[in-house]
Structure formats: C-alpha cells, structure tokens
Design a protein around this ligand. Sequence first.
Ligand code: ZN
Length: 312
Amino acid sequence: MSELPARLKAFEGRTLQPTTWGPDPVNTPMIRHWVETMGDTNPIYLDDAAARAAGRNGVVAPAAMLQVWTMRTYAEKIATTGISEVGAELKRTLEEGGFTSVVATDSDQEFFAELVPGDRVSVTEVIESVSEEKQTGLGAGHFVTTLKTYRNGDDDVIGTQRWRTLRFRPTPSSAPRPLRPRPALNQDNAFWFDAARQHRLVIQRCTHCGTLRHPTGPMCGQCQSLDWDTVDASGRGSVYSFVVNHHPKIDAFDYPLIVAVIELEEGTRLIANMTGVEPGQVEIGMPVDLDWIDADAELTLPAFRPAARKDA
Ligand code: ZN
C-alpha cells in the first residue's frame, strides 16, 4: 500500500461524475421561475422581441442558470445518494488520513455560449487537483478541486464550474470557554446579583410585616406591601433537596453538576451549585456554608460547601 499523499494525488484526472444529461431541455417555464426568484428583469430571457432587438434569434436562458439544467430530479435525490463510486473511494481514502470534515471554500464559473429553449445540457465532473497537505485555521487538510464541464446537444462546451472544498482533520476547539448563562436581570432582581458581586448574600425583607422572601419580587406575599429592604444572610444553611445533572451538557459548566435547593437558617430557600463535595457525598439535611463562584467579571453566584460544623 503506497503512501496516502501519493494515493490522493492519483485521483487527479479521474472522472467523479460521468456525463449525465439534464432531465428536461432548456424551457421557458423554468426560466420564468428562475428569473422571478432571482429578481432578474432583463427582458431577453422571456420576451422574443426584446431578445431579437439585443441581437439574439429569440429568448435565451440566463447564463448563471446553467447548473439548474442538470440538477437531479427529486425522485433521483430520494432514491440515491448521488455519490459516485469514485467519490466514495476518494472519501474513504481521505478518511484513512483522518480527513473526515469538509467545508466548501470557493467556486468559479465561466460561460462560453448561450442556451436557448430546446437545448439539451449535459455535465461531466472531473477531479482536477488534490493539493498537498496544508495547514489551515480549521486543521490540516487537502483542497480538492473538481471541474464540471457543461455541453449542449452539439457537444459544444457551454460553460464550466470549478468547485473547491477543503477536506480536513478536525482539531479540538481552542476557543475560550463559553461564559455561564446570564441571569435575566430586571428591576426586581438586579439588587440581588449586585450584592452577590460584592460577596453578600442578601434576602429581601418586607418592611411592613418583616417577612423574608426569595426569589426576589416586587410585592410581599403575606401583606401585599410593595415596600422592602434587605438583610444579609449568615451564610449557614442545609441541603433541602438536590439533583446531580449529567445531561445535557453545557460547555460553561463542569460535570457532574450538583444543583441544590439550600434552606438558609433565616428560612428562605435558594437554588445554588455545591462546591468542595463529590456528588455521591451530598445528603439531604447536610449542613452547608456559603461559598462564592466568581464566574467572570460580570457574574458572581453564591454556592454552598459542606459545613465544618456537625449540627444543621
Ligand atoms: Zn409583608
């Protein structure tokens, strides 16, 4: 078995797709659909007189529509993969080298003659070149360039399309870790997150009846007063309930992720992560102390770790 680069190079010149004729001849209804979709108002595509005035013998098909005439039909698309034997062989060879990912890089087209209604169109696709291994921003890979040649029923070349893709070996992402999801801040909760940034765990208190409440909100659930202030929590509490989250994973978090309902000694409960403990060691009723997660410059969140003390 020869070396992979040489085997890839040997694909150059091979026919990727043998000559295939378009299912329909060039026709006015398809031209009409295309120019309406593209917003192309040049009259030479639909108006015979305008086309004659422009030196043609009648209407012509838009050059940029070339690819349309040889597109596979819907029935063919659902019945076959559209990948030729040579295409499958190239794909397997690239996969041997770990070049499993693909991205289209560029395409250029040339047009040599105009098509008119009634013309048949065929296309043949050849592998023009397979580059040496290149280092790219996406990873190491080979640029594969193919050349489609379009011909009419008289075997005249009407146009060509060169199509280049990069077949690359994906590298692990070096992107910075995403930030934790942001809380949806509003007038009723911003004070709580502001306090957290100062490492203060505050509890909202009704100044009319003294009831503590969490989550934060504009009105006291006991007396319906809209007046409130805050008290600083001691930071002591216990695990009221918890789950260990394994899935779905969000890149901002470490897993397994403990998500606990903590009951503070003041009586309110909040949801927080736990630190300094393995998931298997968390127990309901476990005494906990306040800790802090300084997630990033803008976000600090309270967390809880097992308390050194024995009683809850
Ligand atoms: Zn109240």
